[in-house]
Design a protein around this ligand. Sequence first.
Ligand code: NOJ
Length: 510
Amino acid sequence: MPKWLNDAVFYEIYPQSFYDSNGDGIGDINGIIEKLDYVKGLGCNAIWLNPVYDSPFMDAGYDVRDYYRVAPRYGTNDDLVRLFEEAHRKDMKILLDLVPGHTSDTHPWFLTAKSAKVTEFSNRYIFTKSVWDAPPEYRMMCGICERDGNYMVNYFSSQPALNYGFSRITHPEWQLPTDHPDCLNTVEAIKDIMRFWLNKGADGFRVDMADSLVKNDDDKRATAKIWRGVREMLDAEYPEAAMVSEWCHPDRAITDAGFHMDFYLDHYGNGYSRLFRFGEWGDLAVFNPNGLGDLKGFAEEYLPAYNRTKDKGYISFMTNNHDMPRVTAYLDKQAIKLVNAFIFTMPGVPFLYYGDEIGMRYQADLVSKEGGFSRTGSRTPMQWNDGKNLGFSESNEPYLPVDTASDAPTVANQRDDPDSIYRVVTDLIALRHKYDDLHGNGELEFLYDNHSIPFAFRRGGLTMFFNPLGRDATLSTECDGDVVYKIGEATIENGKVSMKPQSFLMIANC
Ligand code: NOJ
């Protein structure tokens, strides 16, 4: 297990929207290099970079055309190597995004596989034996290749599924077992891509749709076995490299598959969604001040999973990501401050999505860009200052419009505002680094068994009290302790914690 993860705080960068250094209207790698000090200044010591590989961008780069080449619009492979080097100089790590489940339908492997000629790539994707074979239980693209067969897709139509075989075979004429040499070659091809970038200085990967490799893999055991093999490769060859899975199933991702971290994602009705987003635009969320939220739904899901996996890896909370509406669509500013206090004091390895530190707004109703659809509103350009395109780009036509609101938050107008989300995020990240008890593997104990709201949890010598409600609340505890940090108004006296609406208190020595 790479030791650096225990005190890691990640910043997710969606490269096309971060900083445009050459005025072509789209963010680029040199722009990220220029902003490394900004990211470091937040307290983030690691970055997850969404895909930067060559791609036709039908799905924002999750449709890879060449895994070995940086997309020209972002720069060159040398620029990316320079990003690794500059980051390392500043004691920061960079995780690339690995997309192992599918490629673009313009990837040379696929162009070869869909031709009538039989080659070493004919089984790299999942094709039926003939175009008349199109079982409705599989998502197929039909009748569009020279080859007499239909192919399975993994996500959008432009993303054919790579072939790792089938766990339960229903159509032996075209479904291969996972130990077929051609399926094993797919695994090796992915490992080679990983080695290529690790050798160039990458510190690991965020793995896209990590559970999607083997088909008909109901309990995901065959998929987990592949990742175990990858983890063994990393342990042997790159012991400092880290992998985080887009899986949202810590037992499978961490225990079975060997990922170092697993994302706690927003799946409607799960524990994550119950905290921050549940109901009609968040009206049933724990952090909504209306008090209709339910902490039990979170605690009963998260705590057992945390206890089963805490010695093996980290569950990663995120403020948002590029796939979900920003939390500004659901909660008010004070609530979002408490959300950040929660995310940056819980165990695991936290992820901050670019722009969340300044409370960037979700831009509803934007025309879809690069396969974003409703996600486009969470992917708008970073807001740096009150200059042209809010400091994102000198271009007259940025690839996506910046927030046009007259009071749009920017780094410049938030950084020195003591009442800003920026202040809370940076304060909390600094405290997380300062106190070992707040690190990834520090202890966690929720204090009141009934999981009602308000609530509190202890991490070693620190206790966190949360009153997300819109009314005063009191909690009792055993001692007084020293106030380390607070949001809103809250006091502790003679074991009584008095909390004004939407407040947070961190106490030491209690
Ligand atoms: C998950 C990624 O986060 C998302 O943006 C992408 O569209 C799909 N996987 C398909 O790769």
